[in-house]
Design a protein around this ligand. Structure first.
Ligand code: HEM
Ligand SMILES: *[C@@H]1O[C@H](CO)[C@@H](O)[C@H](O)[C@H]1NC(C)=O
Ligand SMILES: *[C@@H]1O[C@H](CO)[C@@H](O)[C@H](O)[C@H]1NC(C)=O
Length: 321
């Protein structure tokens, strides 16, 4: 009888294991490295923190890198791959060329993690953790990062060109691009709040500041014109949030209400249309923004990850093994 029960328990258990390994698609989990690399997260965090203490803007750059990874083939580390005869790097796509940055920090975190547990932690997961740690390091929200993503062996410049939004996009186009990834307009407005930190180059906002439209504060436009000529691919920087460019807060939304959004894609979220009420709400309620941003970042981190036997664990993030 006891033996029968034992057998029953064992076969139930093996059925469960079988189902979890083959039966259904593996899920990301916050505890994924708890046994295989228990110090992974603290190791990543110390690399991220020391980089941000040298250059605060890197927090912004790393948050953006995770976004640009996830929107192209899912969160698979594809944005980190260099060009080879078989890989068309996303680094030279329209949105990333001479713009995406922070690659060395991710590579440094990877090196540190490889030292303690070689071949275990993916670059895609490091990007997700780095984005969270970056937000927390500059006063933004923190959240529990789900883990277990694996790295791609491919990248796609053409998907980067088609799936990433551009600074000149208007609301309807942005809504389409984000809805293609499963996001509501409200979630898109929350995610855009990442523009509370970081910088943009002149060529990304010159069209807006020389438009003389009623959608831009005149004083703000004239200030921005001083360091940004009307034409040419000028790379002079301006803060995305003019009030607190290095602090993760809700001033981004307050700026939009005052028509002081830097990019067309920023101001179009508050321009007499369907998303105005979300901008107003976030401008008045930083708590709501914080929790909506966190939830949307977790959702972004869930975009078609490679799990189980799919993909690889890269030894270095810029190349396949
Ligand atoms: C809504 C559509 C979006 C558009 C059109 C857009 C576009 C841009 C552009 C043009 C820049 C400046 C790049 C440069 O001048 O080199 C930028 C910077 C940035 N973006 Fe976005 N972005 C969008 C959404 C997002 C989202 C969803 C996130 C993250 C959740 C994000 C995070 C950032 C950050 C943090 C920076 C500053 C990066 C730095 O200083 O290095 N953006 N974005
Ligand atoms: C990327 O930027 C470099 C340097 O500005 C430029 O020479 C190159 O043509 C750009 N590549 C693409 C694909 O646009
Ligand atoms: C705001 O709306 C006006 C009127 O429809 C339009 O001309 C302008 O381009 C819009 N601005 C932005 C930043 O979307």
């Amino acid at each position: 009888m006891a033996v029968n029960k034992l057998f029953g328990a064992i076969s139930a258990l093996s059925l469960l294991l079988l189902l979890s390994s083959f039966g259904c698609k593996a899920q990301l989990s916050p505890t994924f490295y708890d046994y295989t690399c228990p110090n992974a997260l603290t190791t990543i965090r110390s690399t991220i923190r020391s980089a941000i203490s040298c250059e605060r803007r890197l927090a912004a750059s790393l948050i953006r890198l995770h976004f640009h990874d996830c929107f192209v083939q899912g969160c698979d580390g594809s944005v980190l791959l260099d060009e080879t005869p078989t890989i068309q790097s996303e680094k030279t796509s329209k949105a990333n060329n001479d713009s995406a940055r922070g690659f060395n920090v991710i590579e440094d975190a990877k090196t540190a993690v490889e030292k303690i547990c070689p071949g275990v932690v993916s670059c895609a997961d490091i990007l997700a953790v780095a984005a969270r740690d970056s937000s927390a390091a500059v006063g933004g929200p923190s959240w529990t990062v789900k883990l277990g993503r694996r790295d791609s062996t491919t990248a796609s410049r053409s998907l980067a060109d088609s799936d990433l939004p551009a600074p000149f996009h208007q609301l309807d186009r942005l809504i389409t691009l984000f809805s293609n990834k499963g996001f509501t307009p409200r979630e898109m407005v929350a995610l855009s709040g990442a523009h509370t930190v970081g910088q943009a180059q002149c060529f990304t906002f010159q069209q807006r500041i020389y438009s003389n439209g009623a959608d831009i504060d005149a004083g703000f436009a004239s200030t921005r014109r001083r360091r940004c000529p009307p034409t040419g691919r000028n790379s002079n920087l301006a803060p995305l949030d003019l009030v607190t460019p290095n602090q993760f807060d809700n001033n981004y939304y307050k700026n939009l209400v005052q028509k002081k959004g830097l990019l067309i894609s920023d101001q179009t979220l508050f321009n007499g249309s369907s998303t105005d009420n979300f901008v107003t709400e976030y401008s008045q309620n930083p708590q709501t923004f914080s929790s909506d941003f966190s939830a949307a970042m977790i959702k972004m981190g869930d975009l078609s990850p490679l799990t189980g036997q799919d993909g690889i664990i890269r030894r270095v993030c810029s190349a396949i093994n």
